[in-house]
Design a binder for this molecule. Sequence first.
Ligand code: ADP
Length: 586
Amino acid sequence: MELGLNSKDLSNSASFAGNWILIFTILVTTIIITTYTSLKRSEEDHLRFNYETDMILQIVENRMNNYESALIEARAFVKNSKKFSRKELELFIQDTEVFSRLPGLQGLGYSIMIKKEQKNQFEKAMRKDFGTFKIWPKGFREIYSSIIVLEPQDWRNQTAMGFDMYNESTRKKAMDQATEENRAILSEKVFLVQGGERAELNGFLLFLPHYKKDAKLVTVTDRKNALLGFTYSPLRASELFGALFSEFKMMVNVSIYSQNEDTSNHYYTFSQNGYKPVLSSVKKLNLHGREWIFKFSDLPQFPRSSSSLKDFMVFTTGCLISILIYVIFHITRRQMHLAHALAIEKEKLLQREKEHVQTRDDFLSIASHELKTPLTSLKLHAQIMQRAIERKDTNQFKPEKISALVHQVDEQTNRLTRLVDDMLDISRIRSGKLRIEKGLVDLNELIMDVIDKLKPQFMNSIHELPKTIFKSNIKGHWDRFRIEQVLNNLLTNAIKYGNKKPIIIKTLQENNKAKIQVIDQGIGIAPGNLEKIFERFERAGMTAREISGLGLGLYITNQIIKAHGGKITVKSIPEKGSTFTVELPL
Ligand code: ADP
């Protein structure tokens, strides 16, 4: 019993721990999946972002290389024209349709190098073709450069004609570098002179040196000596990049700087919206002798895979699935437990059914034996009498013989009556019809009455009447007939199982209760059978052949005492004897 309780507790605590382990495992798995998918999405975003930014760098680089190609084409034309004239270059530039081919290119021109002694003559010659031409800004310098061609000839570019770029340090630096390295070189940030509106014309220039034909260009000095001028292109940052980035859908924002991220070096920012970016990076691009800095960040239209909403949804979905798994698991386990409990219950019922069948079979065998014994005895006596009548054996008809015979018949019929009464009582108890009719009973007197009725059995078996130890004057309201039945059962058992040893019967009065004790020194009862003997048909392993009985006496006794609001208990030591105690309310 105790073991069963403990194992149930253990299984309960095991399933409790199991539940927590399950919840913990599911939760950890959900967190891992959420983190993993979140990382994967973020990784995807970074890859996409990196791809987009690399693409922008590539586009800018390609475009700048295209501009360089345009300069190279123009220089090739100048180099190879037999008699180079300003007009021819203008026509060449117009013919190549370079401005429609390369959107964002705002100008393509030629700047010639003029030594101080050539300046006046040069200006005079130029004015033949270009009425107001002069090298500007004014001032005396060792060497001048002068823009002589700048296409397209719109109002802005016309204002730049004659401008001495070599006089301005940023441009000079780029021109010198281009001369020395014999390649196209970008200037740092300059304010272009076209249009005169400085703030608007934030930009840079691309210079390609033009040397004397067939000159030796091995050393820097060779190149400086051979320098004739530059094909060049002025580039306004906002127009160049604006045109460039309008050609495709920008997913990322970009800010472009020359050299470093100082605001004074800022060329261009694609979008100035107030969006707070999530992804950002800074990349450098080496372009024609300059290092440009590109600061990238994502725009709202950037297709970001990662989002806290998605993470939340994955986590919530995970949690919901987890709860679902848990509920299914829980229900399944409960159903399994229920099925298991039902199987056990069924097993118990089957076992009980088997026991009932066994008990019924035992009862039938015992009952038939118990009924047969007095009937056999009665039949035997009838046969003896029949034979005596046939033989006319007068000896058998003597009064003492007849008296003995009648006594025997009476005893056997009494036994049969008791058996039938017991069975009827059982049926009454089962149908709840055992009626208790209470009246004032003197307990000691009733006991003496029962002893008197059982006198022949006492004398036959123990050869003495039971010893009585009575508390005087115990009276209560009980059913006399039923209490007599109780005393009869207990004393009969004491005789049957008492090993022919003396019996004591005590009465006591305690706490408003009357107590009757029947003490024998007989075979006793094994501890395991102490509770069982009060059940129906229970004979504690006794067979009818050993000691006769139906196993109903103590059951009926217990029911009668309970019906009176009392109780019966037994203490017993095998082979030492038993004490049955009955308590009845007064
Ligand atoms: P029965 O005596 O007809 O078997 P009871 O219900 O009176 O039925 O008793 C049930 C069983 O209890 C008996 O079969 C017997 O094994 C045991 N028993 C009853 N009284 C005693 C006793 N005084 N000493 C030993 N065993 C007893």
